[in-house]
Design a protein around this ligand. Structure first.
Ligand code: PLP
Length: 418
């Protein structure tokens, strides 16, 4: 039956631009043919992709629903209002903004809402798991603000809350950031709130990595503790690439203004609509089960890799990701990434806390379970994946491993055909 929807038309792309069409097909083959273990990636649903590939991409909608600088916004207003209502309900937040183009844009907006250039911001050290936007000198956060960094304890490799408190008392930051890019454990948001209150700082939680786990109830929520929560929508949450802000009502105006007009122009309404779709999907019971399986799979994968002689940083994981120290095997993170890629296993090298190796070499790898869990894999599959990773890391010829990877993903394919 013909659909009334003027949607993604692959034949049109093939005839207009066969080179880009080939890229799309090649990427689909890559997703279908290998194991995707990048902790910050996921496999979006056809519904999310349909919203992304829609005519909403055409619309200028500077402003917010009901308060636009352009006409013709009735339909996109509905999409954004639905998305905001879904985000607020899902996370129990008083206010939500779905317009940030990315996680970094959401973070820029949070800085803009609460800080002035030159203010001290206390956040996790990039070398110990923090993000570029947490004070790196090559980023706005380190160029325009005064970063002070906390890290993890050398032995337990858990956030050193005593250090956070001490640094907060000494440097009196305007804002404290909790949240990381490569930290496998739960974060004690209550402890951060207490420290922020003691020194009169704003508490920003960068939940880019784990907001999806919060949506599914697999880990505790930062929303009751934070003045503002920033997030991406494309990691565990399984939405389109993009960012999101959640905050208390008292900060709503400041946050909205910090996104538009301060740091962005027109919102990407196709992405906002796709975020609304993802948020609806994330409220379903299946997503709840998915997030619990994501955590169980990451733990199984970390356990399997430990049995193969790799050392899980902090002893394991409570989340969707694990960091593995490869020094016991005498292989660098960069070499392991390369060997795994040759065998059809995509993961990334990653610095471990107090890493003696430079970042482009790194002593560890980071693995994540969101994609393979979306494909329906469970703990027994993780045991197999751990063995395949170990064979690749140890330097076994890739062809045999790639065949085994092919068999595994054929049983639970990404984007099944037909
Ligand atoms: N914050 C954290 C903790 C992240 O891990 C990331 C991305 O990995 C970001 C922010 C930035 O997100 P984006 O790449 O969408 O700008």
């Amino acid at each position: 039956m013909p659909t009334p929807f003027w949607g993604p038309d692959f034949e049109a792309l093939t005839s207009t631009d066969p080179e880009i069409a080939a890229v799309l097909l090649g990427e689909l083959d890559r997703l279908r043919g290998g194991l995707q273990l990048i902790a910050s990636e996921n496999l979006t649903s056809p519904a999310v992709l349909a919203a992304l590939g829609s005519t909403l991409s055409n619309k200028y909608a500077e402003g917010y629903p009901g308060r636009r600088y352009y006409g013709g916004c009735a339909q996109v207003d509905v999409a954004e209002e639905l998305g905001i209502a879904r985000a607020r309900a899902l996370f129990g937040a008083e206010h939500a903004n779905l317009q940030p183009h990315s996680g970094a844009s959401a973070n820029l907006a949070a800085y803009a809402a609460f800080c002035a250039p030159g203010d001290v911001v206390l956040a996790m050290d990039l070398k110990q798991g923090g993000h570029l936007t947490h004070g790196s000198k090559v980023n706005f956060s380190g160029r325009w603000f005064q970063p002070v960094s906390y890290g993890v304890e050398r032995e337990a490799e858990l956030i050193d809350y005593d250090q956070v408190r001490e640094l907060a008392r000494t440097h009196r930051p305007r804002m404290i950031i909790a949240g990381a890019t490569a930290y496998p454990r739960l974060i004690d948001f209550g402890a951060f709130r207490e420290i922020a209150d003691e020194v009169g700082a704003i508490l920003m939680v960068d939940a880019a990595h784990f907001i999806g786990l919060v949506a599914g109830g697999a880990i505790p929520s930062p929303v009751p503790y934070a003045d503002v929560v920033t997030a991406t929508t494309h990691k565990v949450l399984r939405g389109p690439r993009g960012g999101m802000l959640l905050c208390r009502a008292e900060h709503a105006k400041a946050i909205d203004k910090a996104v538009f007009p301060f740091s962005q122009g027109g919102p990407l309404m196709h992405a906002v609509a796709a975020k609304a779709v993802a948020l609806k999907e994330a409220a379903a019971p299946e997503f709840r089960a998915y997030t619990h399986q994501v955590v169980a799979n990451a733990a199984a994968l970390a356990g399997g890799l430990a049995a193969e002689g790799m050392r899980p940083v902090s002893g394991g994981t409570d989340t969707h990701l694990a960091l593995l120290d490869l020094r016991p095997l005498g292989v660098t993170g960069a070499e392991a990434e390369r060997r795994c890629e040759a065998a059809g296993i995509t993961l990334n090298k990653n610095a471990i806390p107090f890493d003696p190796a430079p970042p482009m070499t790194a002593s560890g790898i980071r693995i994540g379970s969101p994609c393979v869990t979306t494909q329906g894999m469970t703990e027994p599959d993780m045991a197999q994946i751990a063995r395949l990773i170990a064979r690749a890391v140890r330097g076994e010829a890739p062809a045999g491993i790639a065949r085994a990877v092919g068999d595994l993903v054929a049983a639970r394919p990404a984007y099944p055909r037909g």
